[in-house]
Design a protein around this ligand. Sequence first.
Ligand SMILES: Cc1ncc(COP(=O)(O)O)c(C=O)c1O
Length: 457
Amino acid sequence: MVHLQSLNTIQSSLSIQSKRYKKLSFKPHTAKISSCLVSDVNPKPITATNSASVSLASKELMEAENNVMVGTYARAPVVLERGIGCKLYDVDGKEYLDMNAGIAVNALGHCDPGWVKAVVDQASTLTHVSNVYYSVPQVKLAQRLIECSFADRVFFSNSGTEANEAAIKFSRKYQRYAHPNSTNPPTEFISFFKGFHGRTAGSLALTSKQQYRAPFEPLMQGGGIFVEYGNVAEVAKLVKERSIAAVFVEPLQGEGGIHSATKEFLLGLRSVCDEAGALLVFDEVQCGLGRTGHLWTHEAYGVYPDIMTLAKPLAGGLPIGVALTTEKVSSAINPGDHGSTFAGSPMVCNAALTVLNKINTPTFLSDVAKKGNYLKELLANKMKGNAHVKEIRGRGLIVGIELDMPVAGLVDACRENGVLVLPAGEGDVVRLVPPLVISMEELEFGAEVISKCLEAL
Ligand SMILES: Cc1ncc(COP(=O)(O)O)c(C=O)c1O
């Protein structure tokens, strides 16, 4: 609980330091609300009645939502109306610094003019055509992705989980192709504890968190062989004992609490897979496309996969997913093996081309790395001596602050005070994944609010 007296002190110190922001109004956090998709702390959907600081207009909307939506989300009590750059505004005109970016999606922030033009131009020319036909933006985007990655081929989908579903199917099909005389080709998958690969049946089978999986079991057969992140020896053992089609790994785990792989781990996986004929799949749905200051996180390690999945930031907020593959994998896939009605539409691909071209420059990427280091430095200085802070970690603009307690109260206090952040891990990590275009001043403001709210808790 944030005490009013401490908040008044925070408010006066912040309004002196952050003159370019409109006067902050720190409010005591009274509502007990689970703030995000990681809802270990309080999984009940919120209702308007349990939040004291919500306006009537917002309350009405929340009540209406509560009456019509399937209750899959434990939403924060904010009705967002518009965004510009790294700022979001709710229906009451309150401003928020967006350090979530739609969970690592809005890489260029909100309403980037180049992105808006790409969407509007393409929407007024050709929005959607079936994959029965060719379209120019789809082919151009595929060419650009291949030019700037290890891949020879791409398959478009509409989300991260679908990109992983494609990778699952391609892995099994590849193994059938690679073992033409076998009646029993490898079909199983290894993935890692604290990993997250999505909510659809196949991807969920590769996602370790028990609370996501348990209500829906039995999941995909062959999924669910989980290993400690970093334990190559165990993977090597399983690959010998089992019939492994592919190993799925995030080079940096996002949802699991911002854990970076080591070079030895990824190199070890590469050689174990090569030796066994298993495929190595890097899930860069959250950490890919500039987020870590590298275009692809695996470039930092110099280790390359057979398949990489992408999604969140690629179309700047429009739904997209991609499975990028080598020629070796792609040669196993035939017409009809997989497909999607919406995937690779001209409008989404045109938006994605704009995002990819803007991010994929040495200056943009090195700026992300610099900003990430600055953010970690700011947090370390401001939180120095706070006994609740166990670790501040991450790479580029994906940063985690691990506490020795649940972070839900801190997340809620930050939001009340105009900064949107997310929980991760076991609800004990604050996850910061702001738009990649965030400014140094905005980082200073965000770090100040987070640290002051933590002090006041
Ligand atoms: C690493 C990773 N893979 C897959 C997914 C699933 O993506 P989507 O929610 O777009 O299906 C996520 C989502 O958070 C993710 O972080």
